[in-house]
Write a protein that binds this ligand. Structure first.
Ligand code: ATP
Ligand code: MG
Length: 263
């Protein structure tokens, strides 16, 4: 098990590696998984979601009542000007932050009712996150980075690494599994991050400007891979982006403007 190294505690997706699966888990870990993907069935439902940030003794409102849903296996692009609240919304859906009001339901599970350790378990089990700046752990090899979420979900190191190798092969990087992230190009690091987001077989993939730090050709390659890999596996995908090209590939486009979604 890789957990226990001090640097892991700092990493947002795995922030609470200290949380035991047996403590708070029953409702969070056992969201029923349907046998077949049905795009008519919402995987994510947002109702009246609001969020503001505290600034001194004032609050800066960012989300003023977000309503929307995404069916299983669908790909939605989230557009909006810088500062419109895209990352804020993704963080709420991932359970990294909590809404001030409204509800966020993922496959029937209401996130706002969860305590912090439960939200951590929810995220660890059901969400794969792809970041603009990859967020790979520099002290772990490529294989260890990808295997980590599966290990945190209880797989043995050997099982997790087997799964990780399959995904690394899918993203064309199996031969780099012993490398460290800083020896990889940006596009290669993002391919590793995509494999890492999928290794624990989460229901929902959230990506925050996954092509924003890449040149256009590399960005297109990542988009192809994200689209293909996620659809092949029947995952539901929400991508915050400034890219019109990403929006054109999506099944639906949400635009965040003045704190609300305009679709
Ligand atoms: N921790 C924070 N504390 C205070 N204000 C914040 C915090 N995080 C974000 N904000 C503010 O909330 C608003 C929305 O930020 P957010 O990062 O969600 O925007 P975004 O749409 O993702 O922008 P970008 O396209 O630049 O990534 C911005 O005005 C930002 O300054
Ligand atoms: Mg952002």
């Amino acid at each position: 098990m890789l957990a226990g190294r001090p640097e892991l505690v700092q990493y947002p997706l795995f922030r609470l590696t200290v949380v035991s699966d047996t403590d708070h888990s029953s409702s969070v870990l056992h969201i029923p998984t349907p046998n077949a993907i049905n795009p008519e069935r919402p995987l994510l439902i947002l109702s009246g979601v609001t969020h503001s940030y505290r600034e001194g003794d004032r609050r800066r409102p960012v989300l003023l009542g977000i309503d929307g849903d995404i069916g299983e296996g669908r790909f939605v692009a989230l557009l909006g000007q810088s500062g419109s609240g895209k990352s804020t919304l993704l963080n709420l859906i991932a359970g990294l932050d909590t809404a001030d009001s409204g509800s966020i339901i993922v496959r029937g599970l209401e996130l706002n009712g969860l305590r912090e350790p439960e939200r951590t378990l929810f995220r660890r089990r059901h969400v794969g996150f792809v970041y603009q700046f990859f967020n790979l752990l520099p002290t772990l090899t490529v294989l260890e980075n990808v295997a980590l979420p599966a290990e945190l979900n209880g797989l043995s190191a050997a099982e997790a690494q087997d799964r990780a190798l399959v995904l690394l092969d899918e993203v064309g990087l199996a031969d780099r599994h012993e490398s460290y992230p800083d020896s990889l190009s940006g596009g290669e690091q993002q391919r590793v991050a995509l494999a890492r987001a999928l290794v624990h077989d989460p229901a929902l993939i959230l990506a925050d400007e996954p092509t924003g730090n890449l040149d256009s050709t590399t960005g297109r390659h990542i988009l192809d891979l994200l689209d293909h890999t996620v659809r092949k596996r029947g995952k539901t995908l929400l991508v915050a982006t400034h890219s019109q090209e990403v929006a054109e590939r999506a099944d639906a486009v949400w635009e965040l403007r003045d704190g609300k979604l305009r679709s």
